[in-house]
Design a protein around this ligand. Structure first.
Ligand SMILES: Cc1cc2nc3c(=O)[nH]c(=O)nc-3n(C[C@H](O)[C@H](O)[C@H](O)COP(=O)(O)OP(=O)(O)OC[C@H]3O[C@@H](n4cnc5c(N)ncnc54)[C@H](O)[C@@H]3O)c2cc1C
Ligand SMILES: O=C([O-])CC(=O)C(=O)O
Length: 339
């Protein structure tokens, strides 16, 4: 039997996670990843990379819990291995704080992070005007390290990487791929004509403040301070339908003021850089399979995009689900093959 060919479109954290899952689990498939942008130029590179999220409204919570758990377990294992520094994956402890009681005092992922608890009054005293908070240890996955590390892992599993813009799915079908996996993030708007995907602009600064060891996340992620391997990420903004990729100096000033109110020592920190990314947002992330007529061929397309502000958090879990959908496509084509 000729080996089946799978093409994954997308070189961000979702594309590489999906491509690695497929290449490692299905060694008899030939897997190619195509993208027009790679690290350090993807949205994933801008992410703080903290594993935390809010739920999508119409997706069963158990499915979202599975995505969260599979991702954090995968990253915790890397954080505990000798690969941790090369992969850019580290533990991160801190506080999520609120001025008013949140609807979910105990978020749906609370049992998957480590040591989740409600903050004590003594801890809350650090933060003026805040009446409630949660303390826990999660993972920070820094994509500027993680993406090159994942690319190496993908190539080791036999995967091939191509830099190229894909204008439409027909192009891929004409090249003879058996299965198309769409991890194009915001690019899905034009690639598959999905009008439900929209950008939510985010701006963050990297500052030098090695004395900071705890993360602080305020007001459902309006403001945050995330210490990392080489710098501290401070943010943020959530500007809906805003396509500007250039840095806005007023946003930077506003971020620094907000974050310095939470952590006064930040006012002395040196700014190392500022970056902007467009979160690939959608009311509900799309992880599903459809059959698409491309020319005269009916081609299976597995979608995995629209993760919004939670692409790192859900990357491995949604990738494993996409792998399951690819397996189903293969099984339908060769029912007797052992997959
Ligand atoms: C400021 C900020 C902070 C964030 N912090 C966090 C965080 O702490 N935790 C978290 O979980 N998430 C965070 N996010 C969200 C996270 O960055 C995204 O959810 C994630 O990067 C989405 O990954 P992706 O692979 O789907 O998209 P991308 O990283 O955008 O990758 C899309 C890929 O598809 C390719 N592509 C698209 N269209 C085409 C085409 N037609 N042809 C060829 N290639 C194509 C692109 O070139 C690119 O390689 C943050 C985002 C921002 C902006
Ligand atoms: O909300 C956060 O803490 C970080 C994040 O995911 C984002 O800015 O999208």
């Amino acid at each position: 039997m000729r080996s089946m060919t799978v093409v994954v479109v997308g070189g961000g954290v979702v594309g590489f996670s999906t491509a690695v899952c497929i290449a490692e689990a299905l060694p008899y498939c030939s897997v190619t990843l195509i993208a027009d942008r790679f690290t350090p130029d993807t949205t994933s590179d801008v992410a703080a990379g903290i594993v935390i999220c809010s739920p999508f409204p119409d997706i069963p919570l158990e499915r979202q819990q599975r995505w969260f758990k599979e991702t954090i377990d995968h990253l915790l294992a890397i954080a505990q291995s000798e690969q941790a520094s090369e992969a850019g994956v580290l533990l991160s402890s801190g506080w999520q704080i609120y001025k008013e009681l949140p609807a979910d005092k105990v978020p749906f992922w609370s049992s998957f992070v480590l040591g989740f608890r409600i903050m004590t009054d003594r801890e809350l005293k650090r933060f003026l005007d805040h009446t409630f908070g949660q303390a826990f240890t999660t993972v920070k996955c820094e994509c500027s390290n993680y993406l090159p590390w994942m690319e190496k892992r993908f190539r080791k599993a036999g995967g091939q990487v191509v830099k190229q813009k894909v204008n439409n799915l027909q192009e891929l079908s004409s090249q003879g791929y058996d299965i198309i996996v769409n991890c194009s993030g915001l690019g899905a708007k034009s690639l598959v004509g999905d009008s439900e995907v929209y950008p939510v602009r985010g701006q963050v600064l990297k500052v030098q403040a090695p004395w900071l060891q705890h993360f602080i996340r305020d007001g459902e992620g309006q403001s945050y301070i995330y210490p990392g391997m080489h710098s501290v990420t401070v943010g943020g903004t959530r500007q809906v339908d805003d396509w500007r990729l250039e840095v806005d100096p007023e946003d930077s000033q506003d971020i620094l003021e907000r974050c310095s109110r939470l952590e006064p020592s930040l006012s002395r920190a040196r700014v190392l850089g500022v970056s902007v990314g467009l979160r690939p947002s959608r009311k509900n992330v799309r992880v599903e399979r459809e059959m698409v007529l491309l020319g005269s061929r009916l081609v299976p397309v597995v979608h995995n995009y629209g993760h919004g502000g939670w692409g790192v958090t859900l990357s491995w879990g949604t990738a494993l689900e996409a792998l399951g959908l690819v397996r189903k496509c293969l099984h339908e084509r060769c029912p007797r093959a052992r997959l």
